[in-house]
Design a binder for this molecule. Structure first.
Ligand code: HEC
Length: 109
């Protein structure tokens, strides 16, 4: 009878491991994103000011990823951003999304 509980204990244990790994992945993604963002900050200011180029800091990761995908699919056609997005793979886009989402959005005060 006691054996019946073993798989459950194991599952809970693995669950805890997965959560820890995910948190670690998040931190890694953010720091990779910070590195990649050096390519973006020449145009998109990191202080959130809009200098004719829209501010992208503090965006939710979902909106960020979807917007970048619009440039990939051709729904948005800005040539600069189309070529920026072409140079990024999915992992890099996710990393950038995690990084920008971790920054405070100045418009949301
Ligand atoms: C050479 C300048 C330049 C660089 C470099 C650049 N962008 Fe952009 N970005 C723009 C411009 C201009 C727009 C507005 C384009 C439009 O209207 O579709 C834009 C739009 C965006 C948008 C949509 C903003 C909105 O309000 O709809 C996102 C998200 C974005 N860029 C992310 C990035 C990321 C991430 C990087 C770096 C990997 C990057 N950009 C690099 C110039 C740049």
């Amino acid at each position: 009878m006691r054996d019946c509980f073993a798989p459950l204990t194991l599952a809970v244990g693995l669950g805890a491991l997965c959560v820890a790994a995910a948190a670690d992945d998040d931190a890694k993604a953010r720091s990779y994103g910070r590195h990649l963002a050096q390519e973006c900050t020449g145009c998109h200011r990191i202080d959130g000011a809009d200098n004719g180029i829209p501010s992208i800091i503090g965006w939710g990761a979902d909106r960020f990823t979807k917007t970048l995908e619009f440039y990939r699919t051709g729904e948005r056609t800005n040539p600069v951003m189309v070529s920026v997005v072409k140079s990024l793979d999915d992992t890099q886009i996710r990393a950038l999304a995690a990084y920008y989402a971790s920054l405070p959005n100045p418009q949301k005060k």
